[in-house]
Write a protein that binds this ligand. Structure first.
Ligand code: ATP
Ligand code: LTN
Length: 327
């Protein structure tokens, strides 16, 4: 059976971009693969976090994993920092990587641009991500399109290591969704929808109220030509709304274009509000049942134990191949 691994940062505001680009695939893939899903708290501290909020957000993401349909009987769900091997392997990969290849990562370039001085962790972030993936002999990594370059780097690192030290790692593959691998911001549809964008109306979070969803969609930036047609280059706003509509309604983009021929943008937006809110109601109901339950911590503890067992095996192989002694 193939293995799937992925992770989400506990930085709050999980939005429909995260859901469409990543979480929805996680749920589908747990049915056909050996699935491991992580809450990557070590990644989140690459930028400053408030310790109390971090704790809350970690449990929030865990509860959201379950609310969108991850099943602890089918998938291992755990928190990254509870398995120390992630940091250990990240160091080993750091020593087998080059600053040149890390400097080419577009996420680093984008995120460091916003700051006067870039935190070192932001620079070495992809090595920790590679460690996450390689620790579990991962075949498939479902992520949004923004992470594709990190998966390519992971493949390079694994191949380099295997060539130098003998076969140690499985070479993983990127898996993106056909529709929605990059959901755009509602206010500026040429930017990706992001958790950290200042304008809260730029995104729809999974825990948003129906009123907030309505405001965000009704305010979404479109264009002035008035035609409902999918054309990402010339009509990024409408194309983004059609993509979101398609994912939540299970109608294809072509079906939607047909349905809305001759209609105004207002009608499309009004219907989209309803479609999104209907889907979020179910997720939110499950979320509030799970979030405060003891069950949640039990699931995470169980996940740590299972992940730890797999990670230890890989680390044994890595250390043996590197020439570290075992006593
Ligand atoms: P930020 O934008 O603040 O950096 P993020 O929204 O990218 O954060 P992550 O936890 O880093 O959040 O991402 C979780 C998953 O969601 C990743 O697989 C990522 O590729 C995916 N993802 C993030 N934004 C989008 C988007 N706009 N469209 C599709 N997938 C996305
Ligand atoms: N960098 C990813 C989160 C992440 C991840 C991973 C995804 C950390 N480790 C391993 C897949 C596999 C992001 O979403 N920004």
């Amino acid at each position: 059976m193939k293995r799937v691994f992925s992770g989400v940062q506990p930085t709050g505001n999980i939005h429909i971009g995260n859901y469409i680009g990543a979480l929805k695939q996680f749920v589908e893939l747990q049915e056909e693969m050996d699935a491991i899903y992580c809450i990557v708290d070590l990644h989140s501290i690459t930028v400053p976090q408030d310790p109390r909020a971090l704790k809350q957000h970690t449990l929030d993401v865990a509860a959201l994993y379950l609310s969108v349909g991850l099943d602890p009987n089918k998938a291992i769900i755990f928190v990254q920092s509870t398995v120390p091997a992630h940091s250990e392997l990240a160091w080993i990969l750091t020593c087998n990587s080059y600053t040149g290849e890390l400097s080419r990562m577009t996420q680093f370039k984008d995120k460091s641009k916003e700051r006067e001085s870039a935190p070192t962790g932001l620079f070495t972030y992809p090595l920790l991500m590679a460690a996450d993936i390689l620790l579990y002999d991962t075949d498939i990594v479902p992520v949004g399109n923004d992470q594709k370059q990190h998966i390519e780097l992971t493949r390079d690192l694994a191949e380099r290591f295997n060539n130098k030290y003998g076969k140690t790692f499985v070479i993983p593959e990127y898996r993106g969704t056909k529709v929605g691998a990059r959901i755009m911001a509602l206010d500026e549809p040429t930017n990706k929808m992001s958790k950290s964008a200042e304008n809260e109306y730029s995104r729809i979070s999974l825990l948003d109220t129906p009123e907030k969803v309505k405001k965000s969609i009704m305010r979404a930036t479109t264009d002035s030509d008035g035609e409902i047609r999918f054309d990402e280059k010339n009509k990024p706003g409408i194309s983004n709304l059609l993509t979101i509509y398609s994912v939540f309604s299970c109608l294809s983009i072509q079906e939607l274009e047909k349905k809305y021929t001759g209609c105004g943008y207002g009608q499309l937006k009004k219907d989209l509000v309803e479609v999104v809110n209907d889907s979020l109601v179910d997720i939110q109901k499950r979320y509030f049942d799970i979030r405060e339950s003891e069950e949640l911590k039990r699931i995470l503890k169980d996940g740590t134990e299972k992940a730890q067992t797999i990670a230890e095996k890989t680390m044994k192989r890595v250390k043996e191949n590197l020439g570290f002694i075992t006593l």
